[in-house]
Ligand binder design. Structure first.
Ligand SMILES: [Zn+2]
Ligand SMILES: [Zn+2]
Length: 469
């Protein structure tokens, strides 16, 4: 079974050129100059006309939480619905988080996540491991998981009593990663300080979603980021700071990078577009739609523009979604009268490529940088490159045909296939469109819509990071 994607502009992280892409089975067989006769006449079984369109590697969303348990409920997208929505938006691989909270065993949780995802995904998937309790057993598991293709470990400086690790525990986990080649991912917010601010706000009667943002100030993010950077420096562990929203935290990351440290920053579309004032501060309980941690920041302080800048400079290494959707009904509503009870998370897995492409259209980032932060560097960062993240012979044929002259209207009843009763992106209009999506050589989305199937997606064992200095 061969497919020829003809007439398009192949865009990589380093350049763009007119080329035809020949797919044979599940992998890319050749990238050919237009009209090339190098392989003789090509009689592909299927021809996809990509004239006037971009041909890019499938998106890799390195930060998702399908059906994640949180505060007595769970994220509303299952692996089936979430990966199907991802396919609609041109994402062909997710890296989801196995959760170990206090009192749970890492290896039991890994088995549980394999059970949840196995046979249920429309696109390929891999795992990171959340280490909620650093002890002898979980430290041992970190070695075992490297061999099982789970090569990155998320620790928390927030959520005391659930996920928070002490500085001593963080140090131990970082020493382990420095030894076994793993990557430490860090949720950088000072959780103990935040818990006090939350309690004080509630006592003052400040209970609306807006105060979720007010009680998680940028100082708490920058302070934790600094602490993580220093502990990484001390131990020699590589550090990937997840979902950065404060410009001050990114400045600290940039400083560490300038000093030659293996420190990387991730941000998400919500921090580039949405804000404390306009979204968390929406009237009544509306702001609950945008409660996530780290929180949306004040536009008056200029975080959003600064974050775009850091994508250009390379200090934002990847853009993921932190996809963790909850419905308003029965889920977000748990926090009416107490913002601290609102499940934390926003659903965006379907919209990342489009929302970032809008940055290309608006002149904020280059076409190549778009592909780099959404597709190629996530692959390199998380040990998938070569198989994923690149259009080259031998790579998996995960390919998106993107129409720069197309249009995407986001919102309920428009583009919205995530299992949520609202869209955090209602009313957003994007000057581009995902036309065709291939996953390992199979068309899973075309102009008629989703044409893939549940269970097509396979677990991908990852290698060590290919992006370290
Ligand atoms: Zn987090
Ligand atoms: Zn997350």
């Amino acid at each position: 079974m061969t497919t020829l994607i003809k007439g398009g502009t192949v865009v990589s992280a380093t350049g763009s050129s007119l080329a035809d892409v020949l797919v044979d089975g599940e992998t890319i067989a050749a990238v050919l100059a237009p009209g090339s006769t190098a392989l003789g006449p090509i009689n592909a079984d299927t021809v996809i006309d990509a004239t006037g369109k971009y041909v890019i590697p499938g998106g890799i969303d390195a930060h998702t939480h399908m059906e994640m348990p949180f505060g007595g409920t769970q994220a509303s997208d299952t692996f089936e619905t979430g990966t199907t929505a991802a396919a609609w938006g041109g994402t062909t691989t997710i890296v989801d988080f196995v959760v170990q909270a206090h009192g749970q065993r890492v290896q039991d949780q890994v088995a549980l996540w394999h059970e949840k995802a196995g046979g249920n995904c429309a696109i390929d998937y891999a795992f990171h491991q959340i280490i909620g309790e650093v002890d002898a057993d979980s430290l041992k598991a970190m070695d075992e998981l490297i061999d099982e293709g789970i090569t990155s470990f998320k620790l928390f400086m927030a959520y005391p009593g659930v996920f928070l690790s002490s500085d001593g525990q963080i140090l131990q986990a970082m020493q382990k990663a420095a030894g076994n080649g793993g990557l430490i991912m860090m949720h950088c917010e000072n959780g103990s300080a935040i818990d006090v601010l939350v309690q004080q706000a509630l006592e003052r009667g400040e209970t609306t979603p807006y105060y979720h943002g007010i009680t998680r100030p940028w100082q708490a993010e920058q302070e934790a980021t600094h602490r993580a950077v220093m502990l990484a420096d001390l131990t020699g562990a590589p550090l990937y700071v997840v979902h950065v929203s404060a410009k001050q935290a990114l400045a600290r990351i940039a400083e560490a990078r300038n000093a030659g440290q293996n420190v990387f920053g991730e941000t998400c579309p919500q921090y580039l577009y949405l804000s404390l004032e306009e979204n968390l501060g929406a009237p009544g309980f509306e702001g609950a739609k945008w409660v996530c941690s780290t929180p949306l920041r004040a536009r008056a302080e200029g975080h959003q523009d600064e974050l775009w800048k850091y994508i250009r400079t390379g200090d934002v290494t990847t853009v993921s979604t932190d996809h963790c959707p909850f419905c308003m009904k029965d889920q977000k509503e748990m926090g009416i009268g107490n913002f601290a009870k609102i499940p934390n998370g926003i659903g965006s897995v379907e919209h990342r490529l489009d929302l970032l492409y809008q940055g290309v259209h608006d002149g904020r980032i280059s076409l190549e940088r778009w592909v780099d932060v959404c597709c190629t560097t996530p692959a390199r960062m998380f040990g998938l490159y070569g198989k994923k993240g690149v259009i080259a012979p031998g790579a998996d044929a995960d390919i998106v045909v993107y129409d720069p002259n197309g249009h995407t209207s986001i919102g309920l009843g428009k583009s919205h296939h995530m299992n949520m009763d609202y869209s955090a992106w209602e009313g957003y209009e994007v000057d581009g469109h995902v036309d065709v999506v291939l996953s390992r050589g199979t068309v899973i989305k075309d102009e008629t819509g989703f044409v893939g199937r549940t269970g097509h997606g396979q677990f991908v064992k990852r290698g060590l990071s290919q992006n370290l200095i």
